[in-house]
Write a protein that binds this ligand. Structure first.
Ligand code: 5GP
Ligand code: ZN
Length: 122
């Protein structure tokens, strides 16, 4: 798949490129974060690598630093987006992988959810 194909076909590549609008939470040269369009919790945003990585089933040692940076961003962005601090507050990190894992968008993304309960689901 060429870079052009990914840009043509992948909704999250388009969001990371600014070709599809989103409410941006964070951006740097290799990471983009934005609010989920159908939030399941008062705070619900997604963190994605700008590069087209399909899922957690597709990562290798070469992606370790990038995944580490994404995970390290999650608590910082959760607080910045209104999650209360641990232990009363906190947040949930979730990554759906593959059909049986419930993955709907085939570009790796970390869900970060938080805020006062009850949430919409679970
Ligand atoms: P998955 O089931 O793949 O883990 O989650 C995909 C998530 O992406 C869903 O929670 C869905 O609401 C969100 N989503 C799908 N399309 C868009 C979009 O165009 N914009 C935004 N902001 N979120 C989207
Ligand atoms: Zn993509």
């Amino acid at each position: 798949m060429s870079t052009l194909d990914k840009l043509d076909n992948c909704i999250f590549c388009k969001i990371a490129q600014g070709l599809i609008p989103s409410r941006k939470v964070y951006e740097d040269d290799e990471i983009f974060a934005f609010d989920d369009i159908h939030p399941l919790a008062p705070v619900h945003f997604l963190i994605i690598p700008k590069m087209h990585l399909v899922s957690m089933a597709h990562v290798g040692p070469e992606h370790g630093a990038l995944l580490g940076r994404i995970l390290l961003l999650a608590p910082q962005l959760a607080l910045a987006q209104g999650c209360r601090p641990y232990p009363e507050g906190g947040f949930r990190i979730l990554t759906n992988t593959g059909a049986e894992g419930g993955q709907e968008v085939q570009h790796l993304h970390i869900h970060v959810m938080g805020g006062p309960r009850p949430w919409l689901k679970r």
